[in-house]
Design a binder for this molecule. Structure first.
Ligand code: ZN
Length: 500
């Protein structure tokens, strides 16, 4: 059995969960579900990032303890993920005792190896980013992202000697050209490293909402330095060596492009300093650019994914987000486009195929399904589509995998229009056409199940099958020719509602 671990960034609890968070987390969920379908041993990790000055200030403003504040705000993420049917295996919070212990062990190892030293840090700081900027990076003293005034800070801190890892990172990048995808992000991070690395300040002494430095209790770790360690905490770093050695070599981090430097430069160096390998893969996605009237007024970070689930339905929202915004480049996201795609791909293509087939089986075959044939003219197209879908899933391109499945759905709709079984007299010809169409629906259900888990089960139920997708041998199940028929097919309301 192969192992597969996928992670999302841990989300900063000062934000309310929005559709940008949903985008990354849903991708992690569909990758995890795909690997479970393949029979792999899967560990899907998400969670929340809870320390730092911004949280301390927000708590003070509200007159509450920072821990009490993060208890509430962290829960909001769990609530949204439940609503989106996100099936994570672990939800880590950086205030968890297990994380605090792992951070202390991890950093102590780096400190003992001589890669952490004390020095004076002087520079500009944005509280919103929890990030340092140089004079050159600031825009007239403002944060380039938040446009808020940067604060001048001078304090004695501990520094991680990132500069000492320049050569090792260059070697690692050269030897692992696919470890960051897409290639543009690999190139960006690689050039950044080659242009020369500076040591980084990793502790703060001006506030205390953080994990204290094990060898100097007057300081707490800088939130980013500590947060990255969550990935190994959850896998059992220094607490469960068999889990750690099973999953860490097969771990894929999904991140947004704004946090590339932390993940692609700092994190591999931190791993090297602590004596472990860097993660096996980092997939970087672009931003969702909100277009169209209904949503762009509010901006991406105001769009609540729960509301879109209420409006479109769970599986529809999952499909629309995965299909409409391919992982990797920036992509546009608009209400009008969601609606259009819902009505065309879901209601008109897949929903229509299912309801047509069920209707003809009822009107011409007494509601009992015929068996598929072994030599259908659909067979080759279906096998090609399955192959293309599997390849795309393995390349972390679920939108392309869905494209392949939808080609098969369209092909089958054409097939029905060509032979018009609803005009034929009951008999062998109709039986063959309907059996083959049911076989396509069976295969479609399996292939869409990582993205549309409830619709997939519902389709199988309607075509009279009881397949437990949690316990299938995918390579057996996906082969053409296994719809044996002889079972009642079920008439029901349309699988996907049209949105007016
Ligand atoms: Zn900022």
């Amino acid at each position: 059995m192969k192992s597969f671990c996928v992670t999302t960034p841990i989300y900063y609890v000062n934000d309310a969960p929005h559709v940008g968070h949903a985008y990354t987390t849903l991708h992690a969920d569909v990758f995890a579900r795909w690997h479970r379908l393949m029979g792999d041993e899967v560990f899907f990790l998400t969670g929340t990032d809870e320390h730092g000055l911004k949280i301390a200030e927000a708590a003070e403003k509200q007159g509450v303890d920072p821990q009490a504040l993060t208890d509430v705000t962290s829960q909001r993420f769990k609530d949204v993920w439940a609503k989106l049917l996100i099936q994570y295996d672990d939800f880590i919070r950086t205030t968890d005792e297990r994380h605090i212990k792992a951070v202390k062990a991890f950093t102590k190892k780096i400190y003992d190896s001589g890669y952490i030293v004390k020095d004076t840090w002087e520079g500009l700081y944005c509280i919103s980013c929890e990030s340092n900027y140089t004079e050159a990076e600031s825009e007239n003293g403002l944060c380039p992202i938040h446009k808020r005034k940067l604060e001048s800070v001078k304090e004695d801190n501990y520094f991680f000697k990132l500069s000492e890892f320049e050569d090792r990172l260059i070697k690692y990048y050269s030897e692992n050209p696919k470890w960051i995808e897409p290639e543009t992000k690999y190139n960006e991070a690689f050039s950044f490293i080659k242009s020369g690395l500076k040591d980084i300040s990793i502790t703060r002494s001006s506030f205390d909402w953080g994990i204290s430095v094990p060898w100097d209790e007057t300081q707490v770790f800088y939130v980013w330095f500590e947060a990255l360690i969550n990935y190994v905490t959850a896998l059992g770093y220094e607490s469960d060596s068999s889990r750690f050695s099973n999953f860490w070599p097969n771990t894929v981090h999904l991140i947004g492009k704004e946090i590339t430097r932390f993940h692609c430069v700092w994190w591999p160096a931190m791993c090297m300093a602590a004596g472990i390998d860097p993660p096996s893969k980092i997939l970087v996605h672009g931003w969702l650019l909100v277009k169209g009237e209904k949503m762009s007024k509010s901006g991406l970070n105001k769009i609540d994914p729960s509301e879109l689930v209420d409006e479109f339905g769970l599986d529809q929202f999952r499909y629309l987000l995965i299909k409409g915004s391919p992982f990797g480049p920036d992509s546009e996201f608009s209400y009008e486009e969601l609606k259009r795609r819902n009505n065309s791909d879901l209601a008109n293509n897949l929903g229509n195929l299912l309801s047509r087939v069920v209707a003809v089986v009822h009107s011409k075959c007494d509601g009992i399904s015929p068996k598929c044939s072994s030599d259908s003219e659909l067979k080759q197209d279906v096998e090609d589509a399955v192959e293309a879908a599997v390849l795309s899933w393995n390349n972390f391109a679920p939108a392309d995998a869905l494209e392949a499945v939808w080609n098969m759905i369209k092909r089958t709709n054409f097939y029905l229009e060509k032979y018009e079984p609803w005009k034929l007299e009951p008999g062998d010809r109709i039986n063959a056409i309907m059996g083959d169409s049911l076989e396509v629906l069976r295969i479609v259900s399996i292939l869409i199940s990582p993205v549309m888990p409830t619709a997939a089960c519902d389709m199988l139920r309607r075509i009279g099958l009881k397949i437990d997708l949690k316990n299938v041998d995918f390579n057996e199940e996906i082969r053409w020719g296994q719809y044996l028929g002889g079972v009642p097919v079920i008439k029901d309301v349309p699988l996907f509602a049209r949105i007016k």
